[in-house]
Design a protein around this ligand. Structure first.
Ligand code: MTE
Length: 352
């Protein structure tokens, strides 16, 4: 297995010159259609890696892992970020993704996959206005010392919020570059106190047919479920995102909290998480259940393993313009240095 070392080939330097032999890539929507699933029509639907940091929102500026630390008299050793008028103030800017060209806010928030709101890319932005991301809480159970619940405000205070610019690669062979705001998932895991039996962690998304029109139709087996191995979940790259572009997450991007695992295909990033369960056994995840011959549990970005129906060696960068060529896909989406060791000895051609 070829593993590209991003220190030798800087992902930010890729030239969009590699043209795929297939003009158009297929998406899972057409596959679901062919497989006989009912689709909804538009009419029916309505840290540690931080090397330099700056706190936004008029707070202390400086460099170092975290700045603005002060005992606030509430047990915290830092000043937590606050939300005001949809903006997040007081998050830490990091050097993750420095030099990457960001995908425009308009593209990040109107070209989405979120089948609970419909299967067209524009459906989530159009059909999610009745969805209420606050108040919100996540329940945590399974292999933990004792089950717990945490509300979104407390979650956002568990650790300093960081902005991290990550490449976001969908299994459908399109990609974006997104400035997420969030906290390392490891912070929540430490708070949750899993037992020694916890080998996997399962993420369960909201399933509210009242406000999620797609969830009224059995497009997928709701609720949407994803999962990670514990060491993947504890990797410092794995983020629980609560915002993007300095704002709280828009509904269509997974408000109020979603998973971001930048070296895996985007479908691993469960949106609107309501439950987290620590488990001894590998969870059966939504896409692995829906199409086991096409979507596996690991779903690591891998240009050497094609999807059965399209190439994974290159990707279309959303918003790059009509004449931009395709971008070469990198092993582990360019994050090999940080995560390659997690898969030592594994056959990366296997889906499971
Ligand atoms: N989470 C839920 N609950 N439902 C979904 O349909 N789609 C996944 C993932 N998370 C999905 C989901 C897929 S296929 C992708 S590519 C990403 O969300 C898309 O995230 P974005 O819309 O913010 O780009």
């Amino acid at each position: 297995m070829l593993i590209i070392n991003p220190s030798k080939s800087n992902p930010a330097d890729i030239q969009p010159s590699e043209i795929t032999p297939r003009e158009a890539f297929e998406d899972r929507r057409s596959w679901l259609k062919a497989a006989g699933f009912t689709l909804l029509s538009g009419a029916v639907l309505h840290s540690k890696f931080a090397q330099a940091a700056t706190v936004t929102g008029g707070e202390t500026k400086g460099s170092g892992i975290l700045v603005g630390r002060a005992n606030q008299g509430n047990g915290l050793t830092y000043k937590p970020a606050v939300v005001s008028g949809g903006k997040i103030n007081g998050y830490v800017k990091t050097t993750y993704g420095a030099g990457e060209k960001l995908t425009k806010y308009e593209d990040v928030t109107t070209y989405n996959n979120y089948y609970e709101f419909g299967t067209d890319k524009s459906d989530p932005a159009q059909n999610s206005s009745f969805f209420k991301p606050r108040p919100w809480s996540i329940s945590i159970d399974g292999e933990v010392k004792k089950p717990k619940t945490i509300n979104i405000d407390d979650l956002m205070r568990l650790a300093p919020l960081e902005e991290r610019i990550y490449r976001h690669r969908c299994v459908e062979a399109w990609s974006m570059v997104v400035p997420w705001i969030g906290l390392p998932l490891s912070e929540l895991i430490k708070w949750a106190e899993p037992t020694g039996n916890a080998k996997y962690i399962e993420f369960i998304s909201a399933n509210d047919p009242q406000t999620m029109p797609g969830a009224r139709v059995p497009i997928l087996d709701w609720p949407y479920v994803e999962g990670l191995r514990m060491d993947e979940a504890m990797n410092p790259l794995t983020l629980l995102a609560v915002g993007l572009y300095g704002e709280v997450l828009p509904n269509q991007n997974g408000a109020p909290v979603r998973l971001v695992v930048p070296w895996k295909y985007g479908f691993k990033g469960a949106k609107a998480i309501v439950k987290i369960r620590f488990q001894e056994k590998m969870p059966l995840t939504t896409w692995a259940k829906t199409g086991p011959s096409e979507y596996g549990f690991y779903a690591n970005v891998n240009p050497n393993v094609d999807h059965p129906r399209w190439t994974q060696s290159s990707e279309k960068r959303i918003g790059a313009g009509l004449f931009a060529g395709r971008v070469k896909t990198l092993m582990f989406n360019g994050y090999s240095e940080q995560v390659g060791q997690l898969y030592a000895g594994m056959d990366l051609k296997k889906f499971f």
